[in-house]
Design a protein around this ligand. Structure first.
Ligand code: HEC
Length: 122
């Protein structure tokens, strides 16, 4: 008998918190799952190695670095020709492309893999 009385407010509060959480999700992007560990490592690497060019304007570069949002979800890379595969992105990172510097020797294979994992989420 008492149980019913006790559980009703509890049920109400958990319903309320479910509603509140759905209105104010913890992460800004409510539709996406949190970053995995590899993606988080890649995000940090991206901040320190790629962000300055790809997310801030670089007027001194002859060709403006393209935005990399959803870069691996498109059919081709920003050059419009190269298929948007992980391997092709890896090649760009390792060997560079025109005015983009190569990162071979500066990033390990594992770091490049983490960066690519992050680029799927960027
Ligand atoms: C010094 C500036 C600079 C930095 C640092 C830089 N990029 Fe770039 N990136 C460029 C430029 C410029 C291009 C366009 C090259 C072109 O198409 O001529 C480019 C192109 C790309 C492309 C598209 C290639 C294609 O075929 O269209 C990818 C992917 C990319 N960069 C990833 C990265 C990643 C990941 C990092 C960090 C590890 C990074 N870049 C760091 C300047 C930079």
């Amino acid at each position: 008998m008492c149980e019913g009385k006790l559980t009703r407010p509890m049920l109400f509060s958990s319903l309320l918190s479910a509603v509140v959480y759905s209105m104010f999700p913890l992460s800004a992007t409510s539709c996406s799952r949190p970053l995995t560990q590899a993606e988080s490592r890649g995000q940090l690497l991206y901040r320190s190695h790629c962000y300055e060019c790809h997310d801030e304007s670089q007027p001194e570069l002859k060709k403006a670095p393209p935005a990399l949002h959803n870069v691996l979800a498109h059919r081709s890379l920003p050059d419009g020709v190269t298929p948007a595969t992980e391997e092709n992105v890896r090649q760009v990172i390792v060997y560079g492309l025109h005015t983009m510097p190569p990162f071979s020797g500066r990033l390990t294979d594992a770091q490049v893999a983490d960066l690519i994992a992050f680029l799927h989420r960027k």
